[in-house]
Write a protein that binds this ligand. Structure first.
Ligand code: XMP
Length: 511
């Protein structure tokens, strides 16, 4: 598919570059620096972007690229390290800056043709670099400067190779999106073919070709990814898709009936609901260690799922909601910044021994695109914009030992919290809000009676990606409402506290 190839030199902003390109309806794909010219050519790109990254081109070893890519027929844009690499490869000089430049910087544009078309002469740009272009390669021309560097943007004589020291993909760069659009349309002459309508059409054809008349199973949790992938595969192969919903006993109130209502009753899909809550709770009995809870839940899920899949019979494929960021991370030469933290979040994948072929139709998509796709497939907002919910569910929100009684207390409180957040119009604007049941009791008074009951904590955070988070400054009136409703409506709770810690150092979940 035509589009933009992004060579990944390890910048934390790489996925942002890919998303910015796609926001202009041009396909983009991230590849490692080891990609060959032949591979790039086979992708028929409209242009290539060399990303930023932590390396320095004046060191003995630094990541580079197949030189023929730069000499190919397509335009090239180097961002930050990418521009320094172009400089090095074409005979210019890159040096270390006296002081690392980080943050907003005034950019003066000296040549407003093509890359800077329609952009004011002075804008704020976002810088993050420790090296700079000291001498441009022969034949190159400077297009912009800042107080710190005479070469904040450059191009070659032919106007095919461009470089920018700043980061147009970061929202702090004014007109950043326009600069990217200029590269796409004024320089690369790309066409706007990347739309979810096109994606659905092509993907359905591809799924049909692969699955034919065979059967595919899919674990449906009711979360965004599994719901969208189910709706898409259903559109392609209808009744040959068998969705399995496993009630693990640690889900929220009415989760199972909601999934049934939507997928079975409204969308008329094959849905097998298995109530395995007893099996899960038995295995969790007395377990207090968070990692053990995660492992147990993962292991039993696989067991239950396998059994149901075998019962269906004749299944050859397994549908999964893998997204592009996971694919990038697993193939990245540098490992994404999120690589380490995420590993413990994956609740034991389905084992290879099931011998099923994977169908992962979302593996090219970012989360925001999955939501667009879901909208196109007419899934409701409640599914597409629901807050993230961890695989191990409420088991990691009941601190300490988990049992049905404590889970029921948490479920009631959770449903009150969600209801109040929605009423206050805050549910969809904050990242996550949930109660946590603490393993301590405190003294209270109700009427004339002394009480001695559980304490509930409320965790509410704002975040962009879950990697860092701030505690949400919820209005006092809302907190008051939540607290008084939980204390009066949920038996066993006589005190509610609010968690005011940010991540890092505190994680979002308590366990
Ligand atoms: P933490 O607690 O690490 O959470 O700050 C970051 C995000 O990941 C979710 N989370 C999980 N998701 N399995 C999951 O699928 C897990 O074991 C898990 N632990 C945390 C958490 O809800 C937050 O959105």
């Amino acid at each position: 598919m035509p589009g933009i190839i992004i060579i990944d030199y390890g910048s934390q902003y790489n996925q942002l570059i890919a998303r910015r390109v796609r926001e202009h309806n041009v396909y983009s794909r991230i590849v490692p620096p080891t990609v060959s010219y032949e591979d790039v050519l086979a992708m028929k790109p409209d242009g290539v972007i060399l990303s930023g990254g932590p390396s320095s081109v004046y060191r003995a070893r630094y990541p580079t690229c197949d030189r023929r890519i730069l000499e190919g027929a397509f335009p090239v844009l180097g961002i930050c390290y990418g521009m320094q690499l172009i400089t090095k490869l074409y005979g210019g000089t890159v040096k270390k800056t006296a002081r690392r430049e980080y943050g907003r910087s005034k950019l003066v544009i000296d040549d407003r043709a093509r890359l800077f078309e329609g952009i004011p002469g002075r804008i704020i740009s976002w810088m993050s670099h420790g090296d700079y272009v000291f001498k441009m390669p022969p034949g190159f021309k400077a297009l912009a400067h800042t107080d710190n560097t005479a070469f904040a943007a450059i191009r070659d004589t032919a106007g095919r190779i461009f470089g920018v020291q700043f980061h147009p993909e970061v929202a702090h760069t004014e007109y950043g999106s326009r600069i990217i659009a200029n590269f796409l349309f004024a320089v690369c002459r790309a066409r706007k073919t990347w739309t979810m309508k096109n994606f659905i059409r092509e993907e359905i054809a591809r799924i049909r070709r692969r699955i034919g008349d065979d059967r595919v199973v899919l674990g449906l949790s009711g979360g965004v990814d599994s719901s969208v992938v189910a709706a898409l595969i259903n559109k392609a192969v209808g009744k040959n898709l068998h969705c399995i919903f496993v009630d693990n006993g640690v889900m929220r109130k009415n989760e199972g009936s909601r999934v049934k209502e939507l997928f079975e009753r409204n969308l008329h899909m094959n849905l097998i609901s298995v109530d395995a809550s007893r099996q899960f709770l038995r295995a969790l009995d007395g377990v207090t260690d968070p990692e053990k809870k995660r492992k147990i839940i993962g292991r039993i899920f696989v067991r239950v799922f396998e059994k149901e899949a075998r019962r269906i019979g004749g299944v050859k494929f397994l549908g999964q909601g893998t997204l592009y960021p996971d694919v990038i991370e697993s193939m990245s030469a540098f490992g994404g910044p999120t690589a380490v933290i995420k590993s413990h979040h994956n609740v034991g994948g389905l084992p290879k021994k099931m011998g099923l072929t994977l169908i992962e139709p979302l593996r090219e998509l970012f989360k925001d695109e999955v939501r667009l796709l879901g909208k196109e497939l007419r899934l409701p907002k409640e599914i597409l914009w629901r807050q993230p919910f961890p695989g191990p569910g409420l088991a990691i929100r009941v601190i300490g030992a988990v049992n049905k009684e404590r889970l029921d207390i948490l479920r009631e409180a959770d449903s009150i919290l969600v209801e109040e957040m929605k009423k206050a119009d805050l549910y969809y604007t904050i990242w996550q809000a949930f109660p946590v049941l603490l393993p301590i009791k405190s003294v209270g008074v109700m009427g004339d009676e002394r009480t001695y009951e559980h304490v509930m904590a409320i965790r509410a955070v704002t975040s962009v990606d879950g990697m860092t988070a701030d505690w949400a400054k919820l209005p006092y009136e809302l907190l008051e409402k939540i607290s008084s409703r939980i204390i009066s409506e949920v038996r066993g709770i006589n005190r509610v506290v609010f968690d005011i810690s940010s991540k890092p150092p505190s994680t979002i979940e308590w366990e």
